[in-house]
Every structure is written in C-alpha cells, then in structure tokens.
Design a protein around this ligand. Structure first.
Ligand SMILES: [Zn+2]
Length: 308
C-alpha cells in the first residue's frame, strides 16, 4: 500500500513527465475509478486540459490543470499512475493479460487511459479498484470536491513538531501507534513508517498516547521526519518507472529495522522482533528496545486476594 514517501516519489516523477503536456482524450474502463463527477462529464471536462504543477496533500495527488481546473487521485491499496509510450499495450479489455516488466511478468489492471498531446499515455492501473480520481472544476478548491482533504492533519515533512503532537495526543487514551495512524493528526503516515519511528524512539507501540512527555514527542517527531525523508530518497533513487509504489515499499522493507521482521533479531540488541495487533493493524517492535509501559497495579486485584 503506497504511503507518503511512495506518493511523494510518484508526485515528483509525474511532475517532470507531465508538466506542459495536455490531455487529448480520456477512456474510462472502470466507472468505479471515477469519484467525481459522472464518467461522461469527467471525460468531456478533462479533454484539452494542460498539466501544470503537481501537489501532494497526505496521500492525495493534486494535479493542477490550466483554466483553474484540477485532477485529484488517491491510489489507495493498489493504484498506480504511470506514463507509458502510446499504444504500447493492447487495451481492448480492462485486464491486460500480462506485459513484460523487467524480469517479472505481472498482470496489469488498466482502469483509465489519458491519451496525451505528446503521443504518450497516462495510465491509471488499479488491481483492487479502491483507487479514485476526481475532476475539480474552475472556481472550486480540492477540499470542496474531496471533503476528507479538509480534515487532514499536518504534513509531517512541513509542520510536524513535538509540541503539535503533545497537544494532539493530550486526550488520546489510545495506543501511540494507533494515534499516529490517525490521518486527522498526521497526513500520510502509515503502518511501516509509524513502526520504524517508534522503534527509533524506543517507544512501545501500545503506550497510551496521552502519557507521552513533550521531550519524547519531540524525539518521535524528529524520527518520523527522518524515516520519511530517508524513504523518499531511497525510493527516488531506485524507481525505474517513477510510479512503481510497490517497488519503493519493497526497497524500503529491505532496509526496515522492525517492520515485517517478526521473529528476526533486532539490529540493535539481538532480541527477536515481535508483532502485536493494535487497532486492527500489525505493529512490529523489539520487546527489549521498546519495553512495555508500566501499568499501575489495580487495587481491585489486591482485594480479591485478601477475600480468599
Ligand atoms: Zn532491540
């Protein structure tokens, strides 16, 4: 699943490739991929539009178009935006059997094709069909078309500080790991980078968010930024087709300190990495480097013993 660094890598690649090019025609192969407006209007309104800047907010890609229009995209689980040479693949069907990609033959799931003025094509591929595209008309802003955009928390690479987390977590009873994944607090931070940041800060993922001290949260926010920046650099340097989000994840996972390493020795102390479920998500941590927070003894337990 693409997280902030993967989406940022896609953004940088697409901006280099698309800026100045224009959309000649649009073909929608799966109507579910279009969130706004209806498919016929989407096709009609995008025709002739020229790409400008490409922005990112959390995991949303915001492509500015001329005439104050815009195109937004959320890749969700398996979406990919890829610029390909024109007519490189047969697209008679939505599901292309398989095409050669390096040494691996993998199925491609084409949902929307934008034919560009340059003769190239922008493909939106999405195996699981959870990804979405929105057209933004002139005069509106992206937040009006996508209400969840307005609810997003700070951009971790721009505005995250320990003081911000201290305020945001003040009343959060939930585990710090769960609190970090709340997009209303931090935009774009997902499972991998939350686990890695907690390990570097030596915080157990189940620690109650509200119990963390300002100094710990300053340390944590610095580690979140460092982990994200490192992943963007590693993604940017290893991407072959500038939007291979799974490729970035794969590369980062090779470097991960705890994520996906259950049962493997901790790089710091050799203790075996453990995994626990928090808020429905897997958390990977080192039980020695990230000791369990102490819980105050319950008085009721002592009474029961006395009663016996
Ligand atoms: Zn350890």
């Amino acid at each position: 699943m693409p997280e902030l660094p993967e989406v940022e890598t896609v953004r940088r690649g697409l901006e280099n490739l698309l800026r100045g090019d224009a959309i000649k025609s649009v073909k929608v192969l799966r109507s579910e991929s279009i969130a706004f407006p209806d498919v016929a209007s989407f096709i009609k309104l995008l025709k002739g539009r020229r790409f400008g800047n490409i922005l990112r907010r959390g995991k949303y890609l915001l492509l500015e178009l001329d005439g104050d229009a815009g195109l937004a995209c959320h890749l969700r689980m398996s979406g990919r935006l890829i610029v390909r040479p024109g007519k490189s693949v047969s697209r008679a069907k939505g599901k292309i059997d398989s095409i050669e990609r390096g040494s691996v033959r993998e199925p491609q799931f084409l949902r929307v094709v934008f034919t560009l003025e340059s003769g190239r094509e922008l493909h939106f591929e999405d195996m699981r069909v959870f990804g979405r595209l929105w057209y933004k008309p002139a005069g509106a802003n992206f937040e009006e078309i996508i209400p969840t955009l307005a609810e997003l928390g700070v951009e971790p690479l721009e505005a995250l500080t320990g003081a911000y987390l201290h305020k945001a977590f003040a009343k959060k009873m939930q585990a710090v790991k769960t609190a970090l994944l709340d997009q209303r607090v931090l935009a774009g931070v997902g499972n991998i980078y939350a686990d890695e940041s907690l390990f570097l800060t030596r915080l157990h993922p189940a620690t109650a968010a509200k119990n963390l001290k300002l100094a710990q949260l300053e340390h944590l926010s610095n580690n979140i930024k460092m982990v994200l920046e490192r992943a963007i650099i590693s993604g940017g340097s290893t991407l072959r087709d500038y939007s291979d989000s799974s490729g970035v994840n794969g590369k980062y996972q090779n470097e991960a300190l705890v994520y996906g390493r259950e049962g493997a020795p901790c790089h710091h102390c050799g203790t075996l990495i453990e995994r626990l479920k928090l808020g429905g998500r897997s958390s990977h941590y080192c039980p020695s480097c990230q000791p369990k927070p102490r819980v105050a003894k319950k008085k009721i337990g002592a009474k029961k013993i006395l009663a016996k």
